[in-house]
Design a binder for this molecule. Sequence first.
Ligand code: NAG
Ligand code: NAG
Ligand code: NAG
Ligand code: NAG
Length: 357
Amino acid sequence: METKKLEFFFCIFLFSLLAGHQKVGGSSHHHHHHTHRHPYVFKPSKLFVFGDSYADTGNIAKSQANSWKFPYGITFPGKPVGRFSDGRVLTDYIAKFVGIKSPIPYRLRKYAAKRIRYGINFAYGGTGVFNTLVPLPNMTTQIDFLQQLIHDAVYSCSDLQSSVALVSLAGNDYSAFTARNGSAQGLQSFIPLVVTQLATNLKRIHGLGVRKVAVTTLEPLGCLPRSTAMSSFQMCNGTQNAAVSYHNLLLQQAVAKLNNESKDSAFVVLDLYGSFMSVFKNKGEHPGSSKFVNPFKPCCVGISQAYSCGSVDGSGVKKYTICNDPESAFFWDTVHPTQEGWHAVYSALQASLEQLH
Ligand SMILES: *[C@@H]1O[C@H](CO)[C@@H](O)[C@H](O)[C@H]1NC(C)=O
Ligand SMILES: *[C@@H]1O[C@H](CO)[C@@H](O)[C@H](O)[C@H]1NC(C)=O
Ligand SMILES: *[C@@H]1O[C@H](CO)[C@@H](O)[C@H](O)[C@H]1NC(C)=O
Ligand SMILES: *[C@@H]1O[C@H](CO)[C@@H](O)[C@H](O)[C@H]1NC(C)=O
């Protein structure tokens, strides 16, 4: 315990030294290793990822999810690898923005030792800040994993100094609450508890030495196909979206408070809600192409309520259907965007991503 505390302080101490040093950098200290042409542009070299299926790139075990079954992964990398999509997910696009390879899943860190220099993805599908219905590491435990790696000297303070974190919270705490309680009653008073725990986690990640911490707003849950199915994929559920807006308001306030407490504006909100909504509104249309004819209709669905995308029966007969062209669908299954959907969201996120520099 004692040594851990010391290391923690050391990292912070070094951090303040580096930060102070950078302000005077360029005038007299030409030999230091921050050799960027513009001394104030932060160019991260590592990405650490925490959260759920919107960010998981293969931590979830094969026995635990459909994401390891065909047709998940058919667009990229061409077979199921645990991503909850036909291809790339949010993590892959954020890594692209940062200019590094997508960080390897924590589960695979020992098999790809060279890749850990791009960071590590600790996200597990189905998880939340609290324990959910899946027996997988919650966000606190995911952060414990990073802390252990720092303790084991896998990452140094200067590594952390040149890293950013992506934190995805897509709503599993709320589905678990609703499932356990049999209704969404009382959800309103649960929302502040989730956001408070999330803010605690963000602060802890920064406290470990990670320079910038980006957190996503909650996507419009009422527009996920599992909700729009009631209206034949025509209408979002306004009640659910109102709860989401409350979560996002509290999150914005919590992040503003964290930034006010930290001198360096370390915390960035990635507006997933606004990005999803703007894609729905203009149907993801880029000049010269019209896409996502019905953005609420998923590409891959079970043939009935009892089945989902990827389901097969005892004799291996598939119990789902896939659309002809996954590129024309925003949603892959009843909860997760397609690669093309994430690409459109990524385009819409550009403005908030600039804050990472
Ligand atoms: C996270 O999971 C661990 C292990 O199950 C548990 O002890 C801890 O209370 C959980 N944290 C939160 C914030 O729910
Ligand atoms: C669960 O639902 C009931 C109504 O069905 C509600 O009175 C109660 O507050 C909810 N539980 C929690 C923990 O909010
Ligand atoms: C919207 O969601 C709420 C809460 O999950 C549910 O009670 C309600 O029936 C839904 N409304 C519609 C129109 O589907
Ligand atoms: C930051 O915190 C200080 C002291 O708590 C407060 O006076 C100030 O209004 C806050 N600034 C912002 C921008 O929230």
